[in-house]
Design a protein around this ligand. Structure first.
Ligand code: GUN
Ligand code: FE
Length: 441
């Protein structure tokens, strides 16, 4: 079997950096190499040492670029590939005007398959190798999502949304069919290869209490599945939720009451939280998903990262495409930096790059396999070019430290900085998977 030796500047985090100078938190090797075999990382270290481990390996020289673990996105919507940049609305109007009509198109399995291809092409072009994603209400959309991930050997997590009210008829399931379809998908996909299932009630507004009961029953039956939904993104959404669930103590209580909270639960947005909700997040170990580009784009609000972290809550970070405006986790960090600046909080670059790799992996409980370059883990790797544009190259002339270079990538980087993405050891730029959807413009 052919082994591959990737040469470049290796950077991988061991733990969350305590501050911008915490060199113990990461491994950095200036003339480094990764030995990749059978989809796994078989060696990591100084180039001459790793090269000696496998003299017959095929050498790919990525110098002077950085080799890092592939990025991880903890909240994204697969059926919203063609919703990005739909203008003029905040959350509820945006859903009703653009997003729900678009998601009805995923009733057609051919459309779902074409879009799954386009979706993964975009993810890997932006350096993302694992994502936790919402599919549409249609079971076949989740099949398309998992089939295409399997074809590419990607570690993807997802689920069909459960939604049985307050949306167009064509997008509604029922408490029973939502349960049955989710269960069938779990049986078909959860743990198959690299696939994992996420039980996915869309949000409180689009589920009846009966449906949330069924979602809770699935969580009890399949405790190692993930759970994903949305929480406190927008003031009108919160008011509507409270009117639908008048007995709930607050928005989060709706989910808590139905047994949906735990360390495998991811809550998109989590912006406008009440003190009791913060207590409940801390107690249950559920993870907010901070979605910076989306929160700015829909005018939703400022995520209080430091406030939640001070309570021991482990926040993840995500794009939320299609309300999110970029697939790039680098652009996501750029907007995150600015949102935290507005609140007197600083997102320093070491923590930023830890967050989109090992940090998100740890939130998912998958840090033993992804988000790291340790020997024995999955060879999901991104190759980063910090001089990808003229403006970046100019700025890099004045960068003296690794942290400065990372900050240039954090603020100025996007898909142009992704020189290559490896999924389970396979270079994605060589796999030319781009297929135009039949109905593309
Ligand atoms: N809340 C419920 N559904 C959605 C969605 O698709 N996007 C966002 N941003 N918020 C939601
Ligand atoms: Fe979302």
């Amino acid at each position: 079997m052919t082994k591959t030796l990737l040469r470049g500047r290796v950077l991988s985090f061991r733990s969350e950096p305590a501050g911008p100078d915490d060199a113990d938190a990461y491994l950095y090797i200036e003339d480094g190499a990764l030995l990749v075999a059978d989809g796994l990382i078989e060696g990591v270290g100084e180039f001459p040492t790793v090269a000696a481990q496998a003299p017959d390996a095929v050498l790919i020289d990525h110098r002077p670029h950085l080799l890092m673990p592939g990025f991880i996105d903890t909240h994204i919507h697969f059926p919203q590939v063609q919703v990005i940049a739909s203008w003029g609305a905040q959350l509820l109007d945006w859903l009703n005007t653009y997003t729900f009509p678009e998601e009805t198109r995923f009733a057609d399995p051919d459309h779902a398959r074409a879009m799954a291809c386009a979706f993964y092409d975009q993810l890997t072009a932006h350096g993302t190798t694992t994502a936790l994603a919402f599919c549409s209400v249609h079971r076949s959309s989740a099949d398309a999502f998992f089939e295409e991930a399997e074809r590419r050997n990607m570690a993807m997590i997802g689920g069909k949304v459960m939604m049985d009210r307050n949306a167009p008829e064509a997008l509604l399931d029922t408490a029973q069919t939502g349960y049955d379809d989710s269960k069938a998908l779990i049986d078909a996909w959860h743990g198959k290869g690299r696939a994992r299932y996420a039980i996915t009630p869309r949000f409180a507004i689009t589920s009846t209490p009966e449906q949330l009961d069924m979602a809770g029953a699935l969580v009890a039956e399949y405790p190692d599945c993930f759970v994903q939904t949305h929480l406190s993104e927008n003031r009108d959404e919160i008011a509507f939720t409270k009117s639908l669930y008048p007995k709930a103590r607050d928005y989060l209580d709706v989910y808590q009451n139905h047994g949906l909270l735990g360390p495998r639960t991811f809550l998109g947005h989590s912006i406008h939280l009440e003190p009791r909700e913060i207590d409940a997040l801390a107690e249950t170990g559920a993870h907010p998903a901070f979605c910076p580009t989306s929160n700015l784009y829909l005018g939703s609000g400022l995520f209080d990262d430091a406030g939640l972290r001070d309570r021991g809550i482990s926040n993840s970070i995500a794009t939320d495409v299609g309300a999110g405006t970029s697939y790039s986790m680098l652009q996501t960090l750029n907007e995150a930096y600015k949102i935290l600046q507005l609140q007197g909080q600083i997102l320093h670059p070491l923590r930023a790059f830890h967050w989109i790799t090992r940090g998100n992996a740890a939130a998912l409980g998958m840090q033993d396999r992804i988000g790291t370059l340790e020997v024995g883990t999955d060879a999901d790797i991104v190759v980063l070019d910090s001089r990808a544009t003229g403006a970046m190259a100019l700025r890099m002339e004045r960068a003296e430290t690794l942290a400065e270079e990372l900050f240039v990538l954090q603020i100025m980087g996007d898909d142009r900085s992704i020189a290559e993405t490896y999924v389970a050891g396979v270079a994605q730029s060589n796999v030319s998977q781009i297929r135009a959807p039949e109905n593309a413009i």
